[in-house]
Structures are given as structure tokens and as C-alpha cells.
Design a protein around this ligand. Structure first.
Ligand code: FAD
Length: 376
């Protein structure tokens, strides 16, 4: 259920592991997602780590347009401290790549067409009943009876754990002094501001500006010139002047982690399992790790799908817990540490950034987790 990147990647991985790919179906909703967009118009630009890229390339789903991140500059507005994470410190050609959600989705849909998997688009699908023999799912007037349901519908069905009172403003800007391969994460008292190389042009930057929700309302009502000036003021002059081009999309931010991702024959992965703050660009990277691990867990079962899948899903839940919890904890603390409004805390955080810069071994674990996630 759900044909976003996570649902599509899982279907492609499972299709490779069975001689009956036609028994796998993606039920995709043609209504707008929680972000108010169908995939073809989704405004998100995604920073993906090396592992995610390798996975997508192996499925022939890597978009032709992608920019690369070789160095990440992390700083704090108005306080001491900055650190630089460089690809050469990790002996890798790049730290990550940036792709546009609609281009990634387009490539995944093309790969799906060749895979033999069924794709049904209609109203939001719903689980109607679950019993010992299987699960019934309804979409429009169609009833599907299945041995396993994977929720990849992008929203955990649980109460929100944290309202950040922050809104992410997404837009594209042109930099008058672009720096190839550089990404910037700037912590401000209202939330982090990310400036990433945009995949569409060498001087284009993708902006993810997380700020207090009231301020976001004011900013979105500004004329483009005034918005550009406010953005340049917040970011500084590292890329020269930033001129916003393109629409500004506002996305409210919250943390929502599902405690139980496995319930009988149903399991949740990707944003349906956890919705994180976008700081450090971890959501889809984590979702793709969920996906790869679920495909591995289901490998043997796919050859004998009459066996009860519940124990496999329960084990999958246990196995995924550390990576999901650590990534949620890391992004939650990064999103909040610099926004306490308490000068000593923010100075300490600034010193931590300085310390990390001086001591490569201190920044290595953070960067490694952001690069690779928890591998077991
Ligand atoms: C501002 C912002 C920036 C981000 N930046 C990054 C980044 O740099 N790097 C990164 O790794 N992650 C990033 N993320 C997170 C990333 O976007 C998500 O983790 C990723 O899109 C999750 O994919 P998904 O397929 O699980 O869910 P989604 O992308 O939300 O897709 C779910 C799909 O399911 C459909 N659907 C919903 N309900 C139903 C239903 N009942 N039946 C059928 N279909 C349904 C929806 O319409 C949607 O198409 C960012 C998120 C935000 C908000």
C-alpha cells in the first residue's frame, strides 16, 4: 500500500526474488499525499547516501539528473563553531547525491513497468480485515485478498510524538558564486537551513529552510526579492547572493515513530514506520534500509508463501529497531539542540562543532551514520 519510493523499491526487490512477480501489487493513491502533492509534482529534493544510490542503481532506477555532494559544511548562525565533513576523510569519491523526488519516482515507475508487478492507482487503499489465512484490502470497488500487506503509505498511523512547531520551506535558488560538490547545513535559532547542489543546473541550489511556523507564514507571503534577501541574510555569503526562483512550498514538521511496525501479516516501512525531521536528510535513506532488510527477510518465504509470515515480520521488527531508533534520536536531537534559546546550550553545541572539526575521529561516527546508517 503506497507507491512512493519505498513501496516501489520494495516491489522491485521482491520481483527479483520470485518467479511470480505478477502476484505482487502496488496500490497507489491518486490523491495528494500529506505534503499536498502527487508524486509527479512532489517538491522534495532528496540527499541520498552512497548505499541508497547503489541500491537504486542496481534496480536501474537512478535518475539521469543527480548532483553530487563531496563536502558538507556545518555551521551555526550567530555562534561559534563549524565543521567540515569531507569525502576524502572517508576515502569515498562522494558523500552523497541529490535527486528530485519526481525524477526518482519516474525512473521507479519505468522499472516497475518492466518488472511484471501490478500497479493499481485509485483512491486510498484500506485494510478491511485480517485473519489467520490472510488480509483483505479494498481500493475503489476492488477487493484484494493477500498473504502480506506492506504499509508504505508515508504516514505512521500513531499519535504524533513531537510537533516541532517548525515548517520546512522548500524552494530553488540561484547562487552567484556556486561551489561544485558542496552542501551546507546551517543551524539557526529557529531550525536548520540546508543548501544543497540542485540536480537541475550547476548554479542551482535546493533550499530546505526550517523555521518557526509563524515566521514561515510571513516568509511565504513575501515578494521573491524580499524572500531572497531574508534567505541570504540567514545563510550568509558563502555562495554569494542567493536569488530564489520557483515556487516556495511549506511543509509542517513532526516526529512520528511507530512502536510496532509488525502486526500479524501487516508490516510498515519507510515513512509509514517513521516520519523524521528532514535535518541531515535521513528519511528516505532509512526507509530504503527498511526496504532492503525486509526484502532479505522475505526471500525464503516468497518461495513458500503459504507459510505464516507473521513470525518473520516480528523478527524483522526486532532487527530494525536499533537503526530506526538511533536515526530518529539523532535527527530529533540535531533538530532541537540549536533551537533551545538557551545561550549556554547553544554555545556548547557550537563548541561540539568546533571540537568535531579539530578532532577527525570525533566527527567520523556521526558522518558514518549519516553516510551509511547502522549496518548489521
Ligand atoms: C522537506 C523534506 C526534505 C527531505 N529531505 C530528505 C533528504 O534529503 N534525504 C532523505 O533521505 N529523505 C528526505 N526526506 C524524507 C523523504 O522524503 C521520505 O522519507 C520519503 O519520501 C519516504 O518515502 P515513502 O515512500 O515511505 O513515503 P512517501 O514518499 O510519502 O510516499 C507514500 C505514497 O503513498 C501514497 N499513499 C498514501 N496513503 C495511501 C493509501 N492509503 N493507499 C495507497 N497509497 C497511499 C501517497 O500518495 C504517496 O505517493 C525529506 C522530507 C521532507 C519533508
Amino acid at each position: 500500500m503506497g507507491g512512493g519510493p519505498v513501496g516501489c523499491v520494495l516491489a522491485l526487490l521482491l520481483a527479483r526474488q520470485t518467479s511470480h512477480p505478477e502476484r505482487i501489487a502496488i496500490l497507489q493513491s491518486d490523491a495528494s499525499s500529506q505534503y499536498g502533492h502527487v508524486p509527479e509534482h512532489d517538491p522534495r529534493v532528496l540527499a541520498l547516501n552512497h548505499g541508497s544510490r547503489v541500491l537504486l542503481e542496481s534496480l536501474q532506477a537512478w535518475p539521469a539528473q543527480a548532483s553530487i555532494i563531496q563536502n558538507i559544511h556545518v555551521s551555526q548562525k550567530g555562534r561559534l563553531g563549524r565543521t567540515i565533513i569531507r569525502h576524502r576523510d572517508f576515502n569515498v569519491p562522494q558523500l552523497g547525491s541529490v535527486v528530485h523526488y519526481p525524477r526518482l519516482h519516474e525512473r521507479l515507475m519505468q522499472a516497475l513497468q518492466a518488472s511484471g508487478v501490478q500497479v493499481h492507482t485509485g483512491r486510498a487503499a484500506q485494510v478491511s480485515t485480517q485473519d489467520a489465512q490472510g488480509v483483505s484490502v479494498v481500493q475503489d470497488d476492488q477487493l484484494f485478498r493477500t498473504a502480506l500487506v506492506v504499509h508504505a503509505d508515508g504516514h505512521p498511523n500513531t499519535p504524533v510524538q513531537r510537533e516541532y512547531a517548525q515548517t520546512a520551506l522548500l524552494t530553488r535558488a540561484r547562487a552567484c558564486l556556486p561551489r561544485k560538490g558542496w552542501a551546507f547545513e546551517r543551524f539557526t535559532p529557529e531550525g536548520p537551513l540546508a543548501v544543497l547542489p540542485h540536480p537541475h543546473a550547476a548554479d542551482a541550489q535546493s533550499i530546505v529552510w526550517c523555521c518557526a511556523s509563524e515566521r514561515a507564514r510571513v516568509l511565504t507571503s513575501l515578494e521573491p526579492n524580499a524572500f531572497s534577501a531574508a534567505l541570504s541574510d540567514m545563510f550568509g555569503t558563502r555562495l554569494g547572493t542567493l536569488t530564489v526562483e520557483g515556487p516556495i512550498v511549506a511543509i509542517p514538521l513532526r516526529l512520528n515513530v511507530r512502536a510496532n511496525i509488525a502486526e500479524g501479516r501487516c508490516v510498515a516501512i519507510g515513512n509509514a514506520a517513521q516520519t523524521l525531521h528532514p535535518v541531515a536528510g535521513q528519511g528516505l535513506n532509512l526507509g530504503l534500509r527498511d526496504t532492503a532488510m525486509l526484502a532479505i527477510a522475505l526471500r525464503d518465504w516468497l518461495t513458500q508463501p503459504e507459510r505464516d509470515v507473521s513470525p518473520i515480520l516480528a523478527e524483522f521488527q526486532r532487527h530494525r529497531q536499533p537503526d530506526r531508533q538511533l536515526t530518529a534520536l539523532l535527527t530529533d536531537s540535531m533538530a532541537r539542540t540549536f533551537t533551545t534559546g538557551l545561550a549556554p546550550v547553544e554555545h556548547l553545541a557550537g563548541l561540539a562543532l568546533l571540537g568535531m572539526d579539530a578532532l577527525p575521529f570525533a566527527r567520523a561516527p556521526l558522518a558514518r551514520h549519516l553516510l551509511q546508517g547502522l549496518r548489521r
